[in-house]
Design a protein around this ligand. Structure first.
Ligand SMILES: N[C@@H](CCC(=O)N[C@@H](CS)C(=O)NCC(=O)O)C(=O)O
Length: 214
């Protein structure tokens, strides 16, 4: 049974790797698992067939036989549990790698999403310019300790893991804001993630979808 994921028919970022199917593609590429992609429009995402897979009407989803999952944290964790390559064998190291996945999604990603909301969704509100510095500072408040913890290591805890995959996926959304450049070690960390052949294959696949004619 081939794994099937969903992705935007046309991603709002034009295929720059910011849509969250990229992190699922990346995980599947890291473990060498082939997959099919079903592209969905914004309209289809809110219709019953897709809502049965994803209660919030979003992408990505993951289907493998009888199993249907949503939420990238859960999907990447599932892939990492089922295949070698994304989680260490040692029980404690494995638990720490999983902790970094949670840290990426529940501690680092929320203020980054606030910035996206402030810039794009609330960009025309009269209070946005006053609020933006606070939002940016909250992100720095996460990047500073992350940078301290990374130190001069390549990855967050030993070898590359699903924790790094998720953290890099979250951080790369910051590039356009310039905030990542304030932390050259984190910028280099993200670049290391993006240099992985599996990431490149994932990026290229979603880029091809979003830059095709028609
Ligand atoms: N927490 C969810 C977030 C999913 C999400 O926000 N997906 C976006 C694309 S990256 C989406 O489908 N947006 C369209 C919408 O919400 O209508 C996850 O990690 O999977």
């Amino acid at each position: 049974m081939t794994v099937t994921i969903t992705a935007f028919e046309r991603s709002p970022d034009g295929g720059r790797g910011l849509a969250r199917d990229t992190r699922v593609r990346w995980a599947l590429e890291e473990v060498g698992q082939p997959y099919a992609v079903r592209l969905v429009s914004f309209t289809a995402m809110k219709e019953p067939a897709h809502l049965a897979l994803h209660p919030f009407g979003q992408i990505p989803t993951y289907e493998d036989g009888d199993l249907a999952l949503f939420e990238t944290g859960s999907i990447v964790f599932h892939i990492a549990e089922r295949h070698a390559g994304l989680l260490p064998q040692d029980a404690n190291a494995r638990a720490r790698a999983i902790t970094w996945m949670f840290a990426a999604l529940s501690t680092v990603e929320p203020p980054i999403l606030d910035l996206v909301t402030a810039r794009i969704v609330e960009g025309d509100k009269p209070w946005t310019q006053e609020r933006l510095p606070l939002v940016r500072d909250r992100i720095r408040g996460r990047l500073r300790p992350l940078s301290t913890r990374l130190g001069d290591a390549d990855w967050l805890d030993g070898g590359f893991s699903a924790g790094d995959l998720m953290m890099v996926s979250v951080l790369l959304r910051l590039r356009i804001s310039g905030l990542l450049d304030e932390f050259p070690d984190l910028a280099a960390y993200v670049a290391r993630g993006e240099a992985r052949p599996a990431y490149k294959r994932a990026f290229d696949a979603q880029w091809a979808v979003n830059t095709r004619a028609g």
